[in-house]
Design a protein around this ligand. Structure first.
Ligand code: SF4
Length: 211
């Protein structure tokens, strides 16, 4: 079976299993998703969602985040880990959006990637979920599952992103990320994948299958 065919079958089966898959981060506006995604690095979405309601109430705009006092913001996001670096990036990123983008989150990969602390993964999350612009966000689940299933042999997230872009239609990129993340959380767990419960087991190339 060629890779396009395999990817298409995986997509269809996961669509049946996770028809409502979407980002687990809560947000109402693009800037809120941008900040939630920065906070989600090395942290669970559940924890980020506990922090953001009070945060978005206190800082209701990009300009408000741009004017935040770093020590104060650090304490407000402390529970998400790496809080010093995250607070620094949030403030620097929002300052640049205020100065160069009229206080509106930019909606292209190039512009997003140029912001402090924003890599391709965060940019793809924002593009796909706040602007409905297709993007494959490669997080730890997408990295693990694409390798196990046999959709990519690469370990580098950017290379994986480009591998998947070649074998899946553009209009499916964002949902494919969501499907793989959902499947990674529920079934294809890092330490012990539940292969006997897996609906894509027949398509999967993983040698260490369980069950
Ligand atoms: S068969 Fe096992 S390793 Fe392959 S995707 Fe399913 S759970 Fe993951």
């Amino acid at each position: 079976m060629n890779l396009q065919h395999k990817a298409d079958k995986v997509y269809k089966l996961l669509l049946k299993e996770y028809p409502d898959a979407k980002t687990a981060l809560n947000f109402k506006k693009p800037f809120q998703l941008l900040i939630a995604t920065i906070l989600s690095a090395q942290c669970t979405d559940v924890r980020v969602n506990k922090v953001t309601p009070a945060l978005f109430k206190k800082y209701p705009s990009i300009a408000a985040f741009a004017g935040a006092k770093q020590p104060e913001l650090e304490q407000e996001i402390r529970s998400t880990g790496f809080f010093r670096n995250k607070a620094k990036n949030v403030i620097a990123c929002c300052k640049e959006i205020v100065e160069n983008f009229q206080a509106e989150v930019p909606s292209t990969m190039e512009e997003l990637k140029g912001l402090p602390g924003i890599g391709r993964k965060t940019a793809n999350v924002v593009l796909g979920n706040a602007f409905a612009i297709p993007g494959i966000a490669v997080d730890t689940h997408v990295l693990r599952l694409t390798n196990r299933i046999g959709l990519s042999k690469n370990k580098n997230p950017v290379k994986i992103e480009f591998d998947i872009m070649k074998i899946i239609d553009k209009n499916k990129w964002t949902m494919m990320s969501h499907f793989l993340i959902s499947h990674g959380r529920n079934i294809c767990k890092a330490r012990k994948p539940l292969c006997d419960k897996c609906i894509i087991e027949k398509l999967c190339s993983y040698k260490g299958k369980t069950g």
